[in-house]
Design a protein around this ligand. Structure first.
Ligand SMILES: NC(=O)c1ccc[n+]([C@@H]2O[C@H](COP(=O)([O-])OP(=O)(O)OC[C@H]3O[C@@H](n4cnc5c(N)ncnc54)[C@H](O)[C@@H]3O)[C@@H](O)[C@H]2O)c1
Length: 340
């Protein structure tokens, strides 16, 4: 394996000492860099003849990928892969892997945390505490309604890895749970014991809390816009931990300002990080977190181990755990990596 070179183009960990040791055990040549913002030429030069490229945020457009004749596998450190040109990978016979299964539990926990924060109006409560402390007298006159959560209806839109965890976690929290996921497979429906599926419209009209867990694609972009927010109850809350552009920010801002809904819990934004003048910052009913749904010490280690499994698969001539560009298989014609 000594001739196999594996590189990391950029990383978010404090250091890659663990990876250095693991790669040593496998007898491969390993190098890492921080080239997220580097010019393309520098990136191409660093990758050179590497067979496996592990990339976090560094852009990998066609103009980079086409200059990597020795590369067989690109592993995206994360779930999304919009910084890597998938079609260019296929054209070049490169498998693109992602790690879609590393932080589902954390994101589900983030969604439930936002749901509870909205329900108990914790951010408003903090403001009231500060104002009352300053004036020396409790003043709850600006507090919005708080409802008993166990009497409320939760609507889950998208019930895949994350949404189904939210479904399970909230069994003893909410009075009723509704699911909208027209593409859910039968196995998951049976595993969750779901007997009814709802349309988005029915769910939006009936739920006291709506939590979004779909992917962002052509169908779901702005799935929640003015008409959908208008369908929701004025007492309802919207939580989005999926992708910013599933909810139109402008419409959400208007809905909060004009009281079409009671509040929102948001982890993801249309542009990230959002601009400093984002109006949501000024709205007390917007509970905002900083796209950290994925984050925990444990998920940080999970992804490192899962990437190492993909490296091991590569060294054994096997495909990665999850291939993004499955159409590359036809091009590879069943050839194992190392025969190419
Ligand atoms: N906040 C974070 O840090 C963070 C971290 C990881 C993932 N995410 C996001 O969470 C979301 C869900 O991830 P996942 O791993 O559960 O994905 P998944 O693919 O396992 O599940 C998505 C589900 O949405 C359903 N779906 C697709 N289109 C739909 C539609 N139009 N209406 C209703 N349902 C629809 C699919 O059938 C599937 O069951 C993604 O947008 C992902 O990018 C966020």
């Amino acid at each position: 394996m000594a001739d196999t070179r594996i590189v990391v183009t950029d990383y978010i960990e404090d250091n890659l000492d663990w990876e250095v040791e693991e790669m040593k055990k496998r007898g491969v040549a390993f190098e890492h860099a921080q080239l997220k913002l580097a010019p393309q030429d520098e990136l191409v030069q660093f990758i050179g003849d590497a067979e496996v490229v592990i990339v976090n945020m560094a852009p990998m457009p066609e103009s980079v990928i086409s200059q990597l004749p020795g590369t067989r596998l690109i592993i995206r450190h994360g779930i999304g892969y919009d910084n890597v040109d998938t079609a260019a990978c296929t054209a070049q016979g490169i498998r693109l892997a992602n790690i879609p299964d590393y932080c589902a539990q954390e994101v589900a926990e983030q969604a439930v945390a936002l749901l509870l924060t909205c329900a108990r109006r914790l951010f408003e409560s903090r403001r009231i505490l500060e104002e009352s402390s300053a004036s020396g007298i409790w003043d709850f006159s600006t507090l919005g309604d708080i409802h008993r959560i166990s009497d409320q209806v939760l609507g889950i839109v998208g019930c895949g890895r994350i949404g189904s965890r939210v479904y399970r976690m909230t069994e003893n929290l909410f009075g009723e749970r509704m699911v909208c996921d027209p593409y859910m497979d039968d196995r998951r429906i049976a595993a969750l014991g779901l007997d009814t599926q709802h349309s988005l419209e029915d769910l939006l009209q009936a739920a006291d809390y709506v939590t979004i867990h779909t992917p962002l694609n052509d169908q779901t972009r702005y799935m929640i816009d003015q008409p959908q927010l208008r369908m929701m109850k004025p007492s309802a809350f919207l939580v989005n931990t999926a992708r910013g552009a599933i909810v139109k920010t402008e419409a959400l801002t208007k809905a909060l300002k004009e009281g079409w809904i009671a509040g929102a819990g948001i982890d993801v934004y249309e542009t990230e990080p959002p601009p400093a003048d984002l109006e949501l910052f000024d709205l007390p009913t917007a509970t905002l977190s900083s796209h950290l749904g994925w984050c925990s010490v444990e998920s940080g280690w999970d992804i490192r181990h899962k990437i190492m499994q993909d490296v091991d698969n590569y060294l054994a001539g096997l495909p990665p755990r999850f291939t993004v560009n499955t159409d590359v298989e036809a091009k590879l014609g069943g050839k194992a990596y190392r025969d190419m």
